[in-house]
Design a protein around this ligand. Structure first.
Ligand code: DQA
Length: 150
């Protein structure tokens, strides 16, 4: 199984930015945790972070052209603005799990809209960086057809 784990703008600042919302785990620590978990589960993981919308569109398209089975994405602030990311995900038809570290539903009004959600099989919020592991588990369960997405 091959998964693309994508992170949008400012997620490279994890551990530094607003720890009250995003915790103290650094982006490097998060990547290591995801890589170790995927290795243990026999998943090939492609991790990528960018602060640029078009680069994220390119990577979503690459997931399709390089034969990925699914995508986990935290689009950061592009969640709330980007029709381009929505269209990119829809254009691949790849099962996609949207993840947010913080509980976006309890934050500002401008965070209540997600353009990505309508293309996602599941949205995970408010679980901190553990949410990435939950997202990978959900995607695997969906791909293996073992159980309903929880
Ligand atoms: C975020 C929530 C977004 O509203 C914010 O712009 C981010 C991070 C999260 O992981 O909680 O950059 O996606």
């Amino acid at each position: 199984m091959k998964l693309y784990i994508l992170n949008g703008p400012n997620l490279n600042m994890l551990g530094i930015r607003e720890p009250e919302h995003y915790g103290k785990t650094t982006y490097a620590d998060l990547c290591k945790r995801i890589e170790d978990y995927c290795t243990e589960k026999g998943i090939e993981a492609v991790l990528y972070q960018s602060n640029h919308e078009g680069d994220l569109v390119d990577k979503i398209q690459e997931a399709y052209f390089k034969g990925a089975d699914g995508i986990v994405i935290n689009p950061g602030a592009y969640t709330h603005t980007s029709i381009a990311l929505l269209d990119a995900i829809k254009s691949t038809s790849l099962p996609t799990v949207e993840i947010h570290i913080s509980a976006v539903e309890s934050r500002e009004n401008f965070r209540q809209i997600s353009y990505i959600r309508q293309a996602a099989i599941k949205t995970i919020t408010g679980e901190g960086t553990n949410g990435y592991i939950h997202a990978i588990d959900c995607l695997c369960a969906y791909l293996e057809g073992k159980e309903a997405v929880k």
